[in-house]
Design a protein around this ligand. Structure first.
Ligand code: CAA
Length: 274
């Protein structure tokens, strides 16, 4: 089911076959309403490349309609050590170039490439799904941002988050800054990013970065339990409620109340309209 499709995306074809995903350092499995994306380069601590982000976007574009919960996890000792550091070398990643080649390609191309990379993260917020990051070990840079791109973070007690980018002369640009500020507030986000310090499990729970901390061996079970809880509610009502919650911050109370009424009218019609 999760196998081998090449789907049309934005006018071009994204290959999401198991073979192509493996080359990009990913596995993808669907079991009923639950999809699992596994970062699968454990020997390199699940370091991410342009191919990883493009494959993530491909998974988002071809996600089977029945899926309601998407779990993102990492194989081996770390969730993800962030960007593949070879991208900072002149040689780069074979077949994918390096930052020096990307920088030479001109501003417009560079911004376009960043937008393409971000597409791999943004779809995880869709109202039709709930995404859960199951995070253990290190979640550094792009790894931290991937965890932030999910709706929920359930973490192991050995977790270490670190926004390393400013220490490397860069900014976090894989969609992580907004969810970080929304979760922990501006002051704490400034503290975490501008010091590039480690955030461990106890602090992650206390500041709202993690919903739940469990023993490393219990992580899969905790995520399965949460997925089951999420699947116990009505699919369409869940999507409508997520749309409301996502829009709440940007609306006034009056506007939000109107939005609630509009969504409820649709629900009532669907349930009792005959
Ligand atoms: N890129 C490429 N390879 C990496 C890697 C990375 N980010 N992180 C680890 N590896 C490789 C190591 O080179 C090593 O490979 P070899 O066995 O071939 O030597 C292997 O993974 C294991 O690494 P360690 O022995 O260091 O593993 P560890 O468990 O002792 O430490 C770690 C884990 C703390 C994550 C450490 O590997 C580390 O600090 N990695 C680098 C983290 C980093 O700086 N990432 C960049 C973040 S910034 C970002 O992501 C930028 C952005 O979005 C723009």
């Amino acid at each position: 089911m999760a196998e081998a499709q090449a789907r049309q995306r934005g006018g071009h074809t994204e290959d999401v076959s198991a073979e192509r995903l493996a080359e990009s350092g990913l596995r993808f499995e669907v079991d009923g309403e639950i999809a699992t994306i596994t970062l699968d380069r454990p020997d390199k601590r699940n370091a991410q490349t342009f191919a990883t982000w493009s494959a993530l976007a491909g998974i988002g574009d071809s996600l089977p309609e029945q899926v309601r919960v998407v779990v993102v996890k990492g194989e081996g000792p770390s969730f993800s050590a962030g960007i593949d550091l070879r991208m900072f070398t002149p040689e780069g990643v074979p077949g994918q170039g390096s930052f020096s080649s990307v920088a030479r390609s001109g501003d417009t191309d560079f911004e376009h490439n960043i937008r393409k990379a971000q597409a791999g993260f943004l779809w995880l917020r869709r109202p039709e799904i709930v995404s859960i990051a199951a995070v253990h070990g290190h979640a550094i840079g792009a790894g931290f941002q991937l965890a932030l791109s999910c709706d929920l973070r359930i973490v192991a007690d050995d977790v270490t988050f670190c926004m390393k980018e400013p220490a490397l002369g860069l900014v976090p640009d894989l969609t992580g800054t907004k969810p970080l500020v929304e979760l922990v507030g501006l002051a704490k986000a400034v503290d975490i990013c501008l010091t590039a310090r480690m955030v461990h499990a106890e602090e992650a729970l206390r500041i709202g970065l993690a919903e739940q901390v469990v023993a490393r061996d219990d992580l899969d079970r905790a995520v399965r339990d949460k997925a089951a809880e999420l699947l116990s509610t009505n699919r369409d009502a869940a999507a409508a409620t997520k749309r409301l919650l996502q829009g709440a911050r940007a609306r006034t109370l009056e506007e939000q109340s109107v939005a609630e009424g509009l969504e409820q009218a649709v629900r009532i019609k669907a349930l009792f309209g005959g």
